[in-house]
Ligand binder design. Structure first.
Ligand code: NAD
Length: 325
């Protein structure tokens, strides 16, 4: 199965998508255009990635050249493949009066009239500074300023986006079980998706199982582990690269696949959506090709042994003194 059926809309979401974090503005248009040309139909963006204008241009170029039709790229028909544009609300815009303007700006930047999936990026409401400041710590004081804005208010605004047919599906990112449980007590629309950091060094098996049992699809980010945090944390630098881990390499050799494919397959096989990021067309193709073969029981057992509960995208490193999940 190459797709996951989302709750409520029954939209079909591709199991493999393309991640847009840290794609430089000057590369983003071509990267998105190439990704669509290569066959990606799910794009994972966010306001805080700062490249939505260029991402929008890449989508537009692919459509104008007839590589995908507008209606095929963003299918409304739930019986057809959902080829999704996903984006996320940044922390400084959680306040109920800020969600809609922030969303409208993202939609305008992307040049779209709706998105397929809109996520709350983190369960961390931070004070609004201005429309162009998307960050963690306050630039002057270097402190995190928490805004008095409960997730419930923010979620209500996301639900209004669904009612206004501006977001087909809504979801959450970086939430833990307790935060989701609370949300489930008041939501009108259940989250369709939870996006979290997930790789063999951070396997979170109970979270994945519980969330899927609630009918919420799980989407993994940073499937290759420390590699995308090398310039951000000491921990990532001192951790042996997952792509070179000898267990992963041996399994890759056994199946005549690459280590990256083993890491992606490990998630996909659990019905977890992956969104690898690369600017290299060969790697982009390679990452997409993880749907027609399987890891066996022995491989899964060996990979289970690699878990270190090691989180690289940790709010502690952004100034929050307590981990939230
Ligand atoms: P990733 O795990 O996709 O790794 C990217 C790195 O792996 C890059 O350095 C790339 O050059 C390398 N790479 C890619 N394909 C390769 C291959 N086939 N062989 C060898 N190396 C390869 O990292 P990521 O960007 O952290 O995560 C993917 C996406 O997840 C992001 O782009 C973003 O869309 C999303 N994300 C979301 C959050 C969140 O808080 N919700 C956080 C981080 C990332």
């Amino acid at each position: 199965m190459s797709h996951i059926t989302l709750n409520r809309t029954h939209d079909l979401m591709p199991k493999v998508g393309y991640g847009l974090w840290k794609i430089p503005n000057e590369d983003a248009e071509e990267a998105v255009y190439n990704a669509i040309k290569i066959g990606y139909r799910l794009l994972d963006g966010a306001a805080v990635y700062g490249n939505e204008v260029e991402v929008g241009r890449g989508i537009k170029k692919a459509i104008s050249e007839g590589i995908v039709k507008r209606e095929d790229l963003f299918a409304r028909n739930s019986h057809r493949k959902l080829n999704a544009v996903v984006t996320k609300l940044w922390n400084n815009f959680h306040h109920k009066d800020r969600v809609r303007p922030a969303f409208d700006r993202q939609l305008k930047d992307l040049g779209l009239d709706y998105v397929d999936l809109y996520l709350i990026h983190f369960p961390v409401p931070l004070a609004y500074v201005n429309d162009n400041t998307l960050g963690w710590a306050d630039e002057k004081t270097n402190e995190l300023i928490i805004e008095n804005s409960p997730i419930q208010d923010t979620w209500r605004e996301l639900e209004k986006l669904v009612d206004a047919k501006l977001a087909r599906n809504i979801g959450i990112s970086n939430f833990n079980v307790q935060t989701i449980l609370d949300l489930l007590t008041y939501c009108k629309y259940k989250p369709a998706v939870l996006q979290v950091e997930l790789h063999p060094y951070l396997q979170q098996p109970r979270l994945v199982k519980w969330v899927q049992a609630q009918g919420i699809a799980v989407m993994a980010y940073s499937s290759f582990g420390p590699v995308s945090y090398l310039e951000m944390t000491e921990e990532a630098k001192s951790t042996p690269p997952l792509l070179e881990n000898k267990v992963i390499v041996a399994i890759a050799n056994k199946h005549n696949k690459t280590p990256s494919q083993v890491l992606l397959r490990w998630s996909v096989q659990k019905d977890v959506i992956v969104i690898p990021k690369s600017l290299n067309p060969d790697r982009m193709r390679n990452n997409l090709d993880v749907l027609d073969w399987s890891l066996d029981e022995e491989d899964l057992k060996e990979i289970a042994g690699l878990d270190q509960k090691l989180r690289f995208n940790d709010t502690v490193s952004y100034g929050l003194s307590l981990p939230l999940w």
